[in-house]
Design a protein around this ligand. Structure first.
Ligand SMILES: C[S@@+](CC[C@H](N)C(=O)[O-])C[C@H]1O[C@@H](n2cnc3c(N)ncnc32)[C@H](O)[C@@H]1O
Length: 312
């Protein structure tokens, strides 16, 4: 992290300012040191990344399977898919990132943070709970270390004071321990002029969700690597079927954003049934309630998510 980024941070417990103590600075970046809050809470900076996880935060073990996923696959190959499915329908073009301050909440591999920086963002605060922040994420944002600011934290305990121009939380909320609390806390970053790109998993039919639940219970017992290769076989089956009789897949998975990139499909199968601790689903009504209670308004809605604004 850059030393001047300290002023963007606050203690995730009580919101007090953080003071940078004993920093080791190399080439203009803090490599190690401590951050101390107004009430004396101490947080470590490890490998240049502040760890702002208070007691009571969601554990990093709840997202260990995600860390494995990003460390194994990365996600940089999927920019085309991201632009087509998330950015174009909700935002238009990536030029909307130009000059903006963005919070990427639940940044995973760091790919989206990088793409926002490539789109010309002024600053991307990249918040991620899992330990991939020290591995794949670091590799992914190489060359953009002056724009992308990675922080290990739980987005239910936000450690930042900045109100960004764009708040981005896509494919994350359902994996948090308390999605409603997390959503409300994220919504506090909203004001009259910024936007929030957001989605959460839809509730499937009763049978569909039961099958996913049962499969996930079994898969949680498997070593991540075994599930990785088992999901390879499943992806291979679907992919082969699609190439032979495409209408079977297209009709069956018309509401799943099925990709024709094999690696993407493989990763999505690993992810959808993965061993992370939390995977909630929300009906349309529950999603609208969540948005309404946080006093946000839907400006754009697409099958993959929402662009939300705050009127007052
Ligand atoms: C399905 S991935 C999505 C990543 C990225 N936004 C994307 O669309 O590719 C969900 C990510 O959210 C992270 N995550 C889950 N709970 C979190 C929390 N409470 N705080 C911060 N990150 C969290 C996981 O570790 C994981 O990397």
């Amino acid at each position: 992290m850059k030393p001047e980024w300290t002023k963007l941070l606050c203690d995730p417990i009580d919101g007090t300012k953080l003071k940078l103590v004993n920093p080791l600075i190399k080439k203009g970046h803090v490599v190690s040191g401590k951050l101390i809050g107004g009430s004396g809470n101490v947080y470590r900076i490890k490998e240049g990344i502040p760890i702002l996880l208070p007691p009571g935060a969601q554990s990093t073990s709840s997202v260990e399977s995600f860390a494995f996923e990003w460390d194994e696959w990365g996600w940089l190959f999927a920019k085309k898919y991201w632009l087509k499915n998330n950015i174009r329908p909700l935002l238009g073009t990536e030029s909307e990132f130009k000059g903006k301050t963005i919070v990427d909440a639940g940044a995973g591999s760091g790919a989206q943070s990088r793409w926002m920086a490539e789109g010309g963002a002024k600053l991307v605060i990249s918040l991620e709970l899992s330990n991939t922040i020290f591995n794949r994420h670091k590799e992914t944002i190489k060359g953009f270390e002056d724009v992308v600011f990675p922080i290990q934290c739980d987005i239910a305990y936000l450690p930042i004071t900045v109100k960004p121009d764009i708040l981005y939380c896509i494919n994350v909320l359902q994996h948090t321990k308390d999605p409603k609390k997390t959503f409300n806390n994220l919504s506090r970053l909203m004001h009259k002029e910024n936007i929030f790109l957001f989605n959460v998993y839809n509730k499937e039919g009763v049978l569909g969700s039961k099958i996913v639940k049962i499969l996930r219970r079994v898969i949680r017992w498997l070593p991540f690597r075994i599930w990785k290769w088992f999901s390879f076989l499943v992806a291979f089956g679907i992919f082969a079927l699609d190439k032979m009789i495409p209408w079977v897949i297209k009709s069956k998975y018309s509401d799943v954003h099925y990709s024709d990139n094999f690696t993407e499909l493989w990763l999505q199968i690993y992810d959808a049934f993965g061993a992370h601790s939390y995977q909630f689903t929300f009906s349309q009504k529950e999603q609208l309630d969540l948005i309404k209670k946080a006093r946000l308004r839907i400006k754009v809605k697409d099958s993959l998510g929402y662009l939300l604004v705050k009127d007052v």
